[in-house]
Design a protein around this ligand. Sequence first.
Ligand code: DX5
Ligand code: ZN
Length: 221
Amino acid sequence: MEKAYYRPSILASDFSRLGEEIRSIEEAGADWIHIDIMDNHFVPNLTFGPPIVSMIRHVTKLPFDVHLMVERPETLFPALAEAGADRITVHPEACVHLHRTLASIRELGIKAGVALNPHTPLNVLEYMLDEIDLVLIMTINPGFGGQAFLPSMLPKLRQLRELLDKHGRNDIHIQVDGGINAETAALVTDAGANSLVAGTFIFGKQDRAAAISALRAASKV
Ligand code: DX5
Ligand code: ZN
């Protein structure tokens, strides 16, 4: 399997100094930036929209991994494309026509991801594999940073790795988001994840380079 990718979630950053925070994680060796957009309908929290994404596009060269926790996400795609999104991940429960939604992300030249809440079974992916570049296994309930990792997601990760193996689709990335730290990074990468999102573990530390190195060192890929 290819190497793992580390994506700090700016949800845990100091928003009053967002530009500096993003520069600090770029210098610290992050591979991507994970951007959590929430609408206070799909999840009980509210963050920001495409105008902020567009502004931060000017402060970093790192690719943008946009995690949309919003209902009817397709209305945001053109503005997010304009703002510089490199990947957009949606939740199936928020999409009336998931296949069409994924196709419309790719039509904009953006990679498409599907995020599965802890209760959402893997079979929602069964007929969608040709439409996706990444599966995000939520290891918490979405909406807030700083929650505890759900160990019950480890068998789900293993089953997803088997499903992708069975279909010869190891090019599809397996991402995890929620409660990732040096300890859980070892568990999730052992179970098949190769894309790790971490908010609190990276932004909660003065030395972000050390935090990212600790994740890399703990990972089994
Ligand atoms: C929560 C977000 C996560 C969040 C993770 O819904 O999707 O990206 O920032 O935060 P930590 O790493 O603190 O669990
Ligand atoms: Zn996220």
